[in-house]
Design a protein around this ligand. Structure first.
Ligand SMILES: *Cc1c(COP(=O)(O)O)cnc(C)c1O
Length: 373
């Protein structure tokens, strides 16, 4: 049996480098609560992501949840969002006591269909929460135009869009705020971690407060905050991983280019379209199984698994169809999202994936598409 290939594998710096980097913690005994490395990582990430403001968080979910909370929307207000995402995006809305209103996506790239947003706006709508899914950038200009017209906030789930630039600007600088994830499975990780980026400095103080229990001074608590601070071991992991990101990206690009070349010619498999105005971070490689492929998506998934290749059905089912949300909220027609979620497979992509392994995966896809079992 060939070796097991998972969909991703966490990036880690050389062992000695990390051990050396965490040594000072044994002198200071300062392990969390906005330590030296927390500040250093905030500064370095602002530079890398090309944003003016950034607040580190304990994970991507809390980044999104607190970003939403920071705007103080009234309870039960409506938020227009996409169901084609990780469950965290919808949880963050509902845990803020807001109502998600699911908007369909574009089959071309999986992002929210901006032309369907306006029809869903009511007097209760307060925000649009789109997702740059797989690092594909939403139609930022059109979404901003709609938000301006109806006085709505725009908060991006940018968990997949680390390092992406749009028209030469850091993606985290668009809209009112963006939430990034630095989870171990993401292309840049701090083990667990995340950040909110934005342009208005007032949000920085608000988030600082919210991620530290709402504590404002030694004897004053002003908000119902959470504990979402990043610890020093995570911040150091981030500082180390950041140093190797250039090399990691080069490796990812090599695999991405190979996949793209091989798979774009394969009968029955199609790929999502790429935005020429945005850079790529090579975080994921989604493929779409068409009717003309010899196996269904689920059969392909199983066959890969039998051959020790563990692809993932991201994102299936839609968040709107999960047990906790099903039939609870106003749904627009989300037929494109349903269709894409039944076609998509994410195939393995990480910096240490060898080209020989990528070749094996491509070979399997050719084989599975050629004949019935
Ligand atoms: C990973 C992810 C999150 C949550 O991030 P965590 O760091 O795992 O909490 C949110 N949204 C999307 C789209 C994600 O992929």
């Amino acid at each position: 049996m060939d070796e097991k290939i998972l969909v991703t594998r966490s990036s880690m710096p050389p062992y000695e480098e990390y051990i050396e980097a965490i040594k000072p913690l044994w002198e200071t005994h300062w392990l969390t609560n906005m330590g030296t490395y927390h500040w250093q990582l905030e500064e370095e990430l602002k530079r890398y992501l090309d944003v003016s403001e950034l607040s580190l968080m304990v994970n991507g979910h809390m980044a999104l949840e607190l970003a939403i909370q920071s705007f103080g929307f009234p309870q039960d207000a409506e938020v227009i969002t996409t169901p084609f995402t990780f469950i965290s995006s919808t949880h963050a809305i509902v845990r803020n006591r807001l109502k998600p209103v699911f908007c369909d996506i574009k089959p071309s790239d999986g992002t929210i269909d901006e032309e369907k947003i306006e029809d869903l706006i009511t007097e209760h709508t307060v925000a649009i929460i789109p997702v740059h899914v797989y690092g594909n950038i939403c139609n930022i200009e059109r979404i901003q135009e709609i938000a301006d017209k109806y006085n709505l906030k725009v908060i991006y789930d940018a968990a997949h869009a680390f390092g992406v630039k749009y028209k030469g600007k850091g993606i985290g600088g668009f809209g009112d705020a963006s939430a990034f994830s630095f989870h171990a499975t993401k292309m840049f990780n701090t083990i667990e971690g995340g950040a909110v980026t934005f342009s208005d400095h007032k949000i920085y103080e608000k988030l600082y407060n919210l991620k530290n229990f709402g504590i404002h001074g030694e004897e004053l608590v002003t908000e119902v905050g959470a504990n979402a601070k990043m610890n020093e071991f995570s911040a150091i992991m981030g500082l180390c991983n950041l140093k190797h990101l250039g090399a990691a990206l080069a490796r990812r690009k090599e695999i991405y280019d190979f996949y793209r070349k091989e798979i774009s010619e394969m009968k029955g498999i199609s790929l999502l379209s790429e935005n020429r105005d945005a850079t790529k971070n090579y975080a994921y490689f989604p493929i779409l199984i068409e009717d003309s492929y010899e196996s269904s998506r689920d059969e392909a998934f199983e066959r890969l698994r039998e051959n020790n290749v563990f692809a993932r059905k991201y994102f299936y089912p839609l968040t709107a169809d999960q047990a906790c949300f099903k039939n609870k909220y106003r749904n627009a027609d989300i037929a494109n999202a349903r269709k894409l979620s039944k076609q998509v497979l994410i195939i393995p992509m990480y910096e240490e994936l060898g080209l020989d392994q990528a070749e094996r995966i491509v070979g399997l896809l050719k084989d599975i598409g050629r004949r019935k079992k």
